[in-house]
Design a protein around this ligand. Structure first.
Ligand code: F6R
Length: 263
């Protein structure tokens, strides 16, 4: 796992966008795994800038989002499909037919979940999967207790997640209780995973994910089992890491050896 600690939220957004842009330039038809929530918004804004000012093209890109609230129509103000359209897809030149978000109102939940898995495979698998992390260590909507081998399925939101996401809905009561989400096993199939976290509220989840035991108690800890994970953190999200000095030194060493492709 490569752990990159940067000064602040803005530097994290720059690094994540640069990482995506580098892949897109190398592989214009890459398959991206995308996340919603507050954390990636700055990185998406930078990608939009790179498209507008530097001609970064998404024309051949395909994408799969991690999750969607169950019961929300695509045009619901808080649906993740609408979030992606507004925060990234509408302002860039991506073909929306090649963007996938799990359905919020599937006819049949199990069929829809299997179809999502099948579509990822048919697209050739995900090249780069972006993740945020919940305060309770969830990745996508895989809450504590989720199987580390789980696949796309319907999950129940944990109480902390309902509380945290109430800020988007205006009230806890309005937050849907269930979601369709890629499983941890689905996420681990991506060729490379990029986890980003900012703010001290994420520090414990980050320490548990990077340095804690691999356990369903902290779903993010499953990332320790993947061979190619890059974690971008601001100083606040990194402050509970026991081996922080080591990660900083490791970055310096790799940089001096010319071994760092990013940022
Ligand atoms: C979003 C997702 C979630 C968020 C997590 C952090 O698609 O799957 O796991 O990444 O809840 O959310 P924010 O970024 O709002 O703190």
């Amino acid at each position: 796992m490569r752990v990159v600690v940067l000064e602040d939220e803005s530097a994290v957004a720059d690094a994540v966008a640069a990482h995506f842009a580098s892949l897109i330039r190398r592989k214009p038809d890459a398959v991206l795994g995308l996340a919603t929530g507050g954390t990636p918004v700055g990185a998406y804004q930078r990608l939009i800038e790179l498209h507008r000012r530097h001609g970064l093209s998404f024309r051949q890109i395909s994408s799969f989002n991690l999750d969607e609230y169950l019961g929300l129509d695509e045009d619901h103000p808080q649906s993740y499909r609408r979030f992606m359209n507004e925060q990234l897809f509408d302002p860039i030149d991506i073909d929306k037919n090649r963007t996938r978000v799990p359905p919020g109102r599937p006819d049949d939940i199990r069929t829809a979940c299997q179809r999502y898995e099948d579509e990822i495979v048919a697209a050739g698998g995900i090249d780069l999967q972006l993740l945020g992390i919940g305060r309770d260590g969830h990745i996508a909507f895989n809450e504590p207790g989720s199987s580390l081998a789980s696949r796309t399925r319907c999950t129940t939101l944990a109480a902390t997640t309902i509380l945290d996401n109430a800020r988007f809905f205006g009230s806890e009561d309005l937050v849907p209780r269930a979601a369709l989400t890629m499983g941890i096993g689905t996420i681990l199939d991506a060729r490379q995973i990029l986890l980003m976290a900012t703010g001290s509220g994420k520090a414990e989840a980050i320490a548990g994910s990077i340095e804690g035991p691999v356990s369903s108690r902290v779903p993010g800890s499953a990332l320790q089992l993947h061979p190619d994970v890059v974690v971008y953190l601001d100083a606040a999200a990194a402050h509970r890491l026991e081996y922080l000095e080591y990660y900083l030194e490791s970055e310096r060493t790799h940089r001096s050896l010319g071994l760092l492709p990013f940022p």
